[in-house]
Each structure stands twice: as C-alpha cells, then as structure tokens.
Design a protein around this ligand. Structure first.
Ligand code: ATP
Length: 210
C-alpha cells in the first residue's frame, strides 16, 4: 500500500491552525433611558466570561415596543452612555441605530453590521425579560441565525425561551431605568444605582423631573 498525503483544503487548514478565528464581539442593545449599574454589571460579566474583544452598547433610536412619549432625546441617552462606559477598555458605543433613524429593528441592524464586519461573530446580550419577549421580535427566526443570544437573569423574571440562549452567570441586579426615573421624580438618591457622572448629567440637564 502506498501512503497518500491526506487532502486538506485551505479552509480546513486555516480552521485547524485557528487562522480563520473571527472577532468575538458583544452587542448590547437597549433604550438606556438612562443607563444604570445593572447594565454595566451584566455587560462586564458577559464580556469577561465569554472572553469578548469588546462589548458595544447600542442605544436604539426608537424601540419598536415602547411608548414614544417616555423616550427622551437620543443625544441625552448617548451622552449618559459615554459617561457611563468611560474608563472601561472593554466597552464601546455602537451608534448605528441612531444614525439610521426611524424605528430600530434588531434584525435589520444586525444584518447591516454583519455586512460591514463579516469577520465578526456577534453575541447579542439581553436580560431575562427580553428573553421571554423574543418570540415577538421582528424576523426573529432570521435574527437567531445571525447572532448568538446571551441571556442574563433578572430579578422578577423566570426565563423561558423558545430560542437558543447562552446563559451567563451574573448577579441578579434589581435595577431598572423605570425605577431610576421614578426615583428622580420622587427625590430619592441614585447613588450606587447609576454611575456618578450620569447622576451629574441628569441633574445638570434636569432630566426625568417631570
Ligand atoms: P425600562 O425600565 O425603561 O424598561 P430597562 O432597565 O429594562 O428599562 P433597557 O435599556 O430597556 O433597560 O434594557 C436594555 C437591555 O438590558 C434589555 O435586554 C434588558 O432586559 C436588559 N436589562 C436592563 N436592566 C437589567 C437588569 N437589571 N438585569 C438584567 N437585564 C437587564
């Protein structure tokens, strides 16, 4: 018998050598009205536990499922996010939905991002409340093929998903933007719930007082 050289395609060789390794990036969509420490804690845990290169906070322009009256200006939400993520090299901003305008549908956004960055695998971070809401997302069957959903538990929500979700263990943090807005209106302290530079901005701009 003659020994034959195994046939290895370029693609197989690259895969074996790890040369085709795509960038692993987190994408954290939300309204961030305002960003709070619950968001920051979950993004840090997901990013470090999964070994992601970056976690992009991606504020929506107009979420499909929210009461528009309660959303504040995108520029204020972006400014608060900038202040909140400053100093963490893992964190960055992705403003594609705000630049595109209109209602933000995650499927369209992720399709656009995949076209811009074909070398990137996206890990789409969501809380347990959103995990339960996935069946209502526009074009969800196509979206699950584009991204890996990463779920984080949230007090008050029992997750049940019809779609594949990679769960990351992070402490359950009972903070919501709704509660933060309510605390501003009732004059309660935001300290340790929201980063100090974000509290300064809320006070300086008089956000959420009425
Ligand atoms: P609101 O109270 O206005 O509904 P929110 O606190 O849920 O706001 P969003 O900006 O809507 O904040 O959330 C963006 C994403 O972060 C969603 O996927 C949501 O599930 C998740 N999330 C927000 N806060 C938490 C939390 N405390 N624990 C786990 N997930 C959270």
């Amino acid at each position: 018998t003659t020994l034959t050289q195994p046939v290895i395609s370029v693609a197989m060789r690259e895969q074996i050598l790890g040369l085709d390794r795509k960038k692993q990036v987190g994408i954290f969509g939300g309204t961030f009205n305002p960003v709070h420490n619950g968001h920051l804690i979950m993004a840090e845990q997901v990013g470090t536990q999964l070994g992601l290169e970056k976690v992009f906070f991606m504020p929506d322009n107009k979420p499909p499922h929210r009461d528009p009256k309660r959303a504040i200006e995108a520029k204020d939400r972006v400014e608060m996010l900038k202040r909140a993520i400053a100093g963490n090299p893992l964190f960055a901003l992705e403003l594609i939905e705000i630049r595109r305008g209109g209602v933000s549908y995650s499927y369209e956004t992720m399709l656009a991002l995949k076209k811009l960055h074909p070398d990137t695998d996206y890990y789409f971070i969501i809380g347990a409340d959103m995990v339960n809401y996935l069946p209502k997302w526009s074009r969800i069957d196509e979206l699950v093929k584009l991204v890996t959903f990463v779920g984080v538990k949230r007090p008050g929500y029992t997750p049940s998903s019809q779609y594949p979700v990679l769960w990351v263990d992070a402490p359950g943090i009972d903070i919501s933007s709704t509660d933060i807005r309510h605390r501003v209106q009732t004059g309660q302290s935001l300290r340790y719930l929201v980063p100090d530079p974000v509290i300064d901005y809320i006070q300086q701009e008089g956000l959420y007082f009425d």
